[in-house]
Design a binder for this molecule. Structure first.
Ligand SMILES: *Cc1c(COP(=O)(O)O)cnc(C)c1O
Length: 236
């Protein structure tokens, strides 16, 4: 079932790339495996998935050593400052940085480990009260401060669009995130690149790819429904 799901999602991504005049290899499919057992992650791996997304540090730490070394792990949840040390140097990309304090903590840990951490700034483009992320205006301020920090590389932006019945309803938020990345680069900030847009989930990844997503984060569409308390961005 997981193999079939992945093939279907792959096909839809390829079709969306075709419509948008994009290359399939410019989009990374991240399989969001939070709450799912290792047996399912292994099936996804066998079906070709190499990028996995988790939203809790504890779960990430448990799964990481049990999976092949060539897996790229993505921290997609809201990261607490005191957990930064477990993530830096181990994950490929930290998607949800939404405060200078968190960026500073990541920077300090990266310096300590003599490494560089790639991060995305989380923007709440829909302005939902319940969500983490900075406002569009706040993104400019955060970029200019966080860009000064050694040890981190700002690679782009991430957003979690509202839960919508109609995937078209979120297209505007994907357009806004993309436009924001263009506006940020127009200011020529030092030490910032905006080559990654992490946007689109099971309900709306097709529209996200058409609007320029570089990473899509698909959970349910690959692994099936989650049961229990698996909030979007569980503060751990
Ligand atoms: C859970 C989660 C996803 C995946 O959601 P689905 O709707 O199951 O595809 C994507 N992004 C984040 C940040 C998540 O927490």
């Amino acid at each position: 079932m997981i193999g079939e799901n992945i093939r279907r999602v792959e096909r839809e991504i390829a079709d969306a790339c075709g419509r948008a005049g994009r290359k399939r290899e410019d989009v990374t499919l991240i399989a969001v495996s939070k709450t799912k057992p290792l047996s399912m992650l292994r099936k996804a791996y066998e079906a070709g998935i190499r990028d996995f997304g988790e939203n809790r540090v504890q779960e990430l730490m448990e799964k990481m050593p049990m999976m092949p070394e060539d897996v790229r792990w993505h921290m997609i949840g809201h990261l607490q400052r005191n957990k930064v040390k477990y993530v830096v140097g181990r994950v490929h990309l930290i998607h949800g940085v939404d405060s200078l304090a968190l960026a500073e903590a990541i920077s300090r840990e990266a310096l300590k480990q003599k490494t560089q951490a790639d991060i995305l700034l989380e923007v709440n483009v829909a302005g939902e009260e319940s969500k983490f992320g900075v406002s569009e205006a706040g993104a400019f301020a955060l970029v200019s401060e966080a860009a000064k920090l050694p040890g981190i590389r700002i690679r782009g932006l991430m957003t979690i669009a509202p839960l919508a019945e109609d995937p078209e309803a979120n297209r505007i938020y994907f357009q806004r995130l993309r436009q924001l990345s263009v506006d940020i680069m127009r200011k020529n900030p030092d030490n910032v690149c905006m080559d990654i847009l992490s946007m689109g989930m099971t309900g709306d990844y097709v529209a996200a790819v058409e609007e320029g997503a570089v990473c899509v984060r698909v959970g349910t569409g690959i692994f099936g429904e989650r049961h229990g308390a698996a909030d979007m961005q569980n503060p751990q």
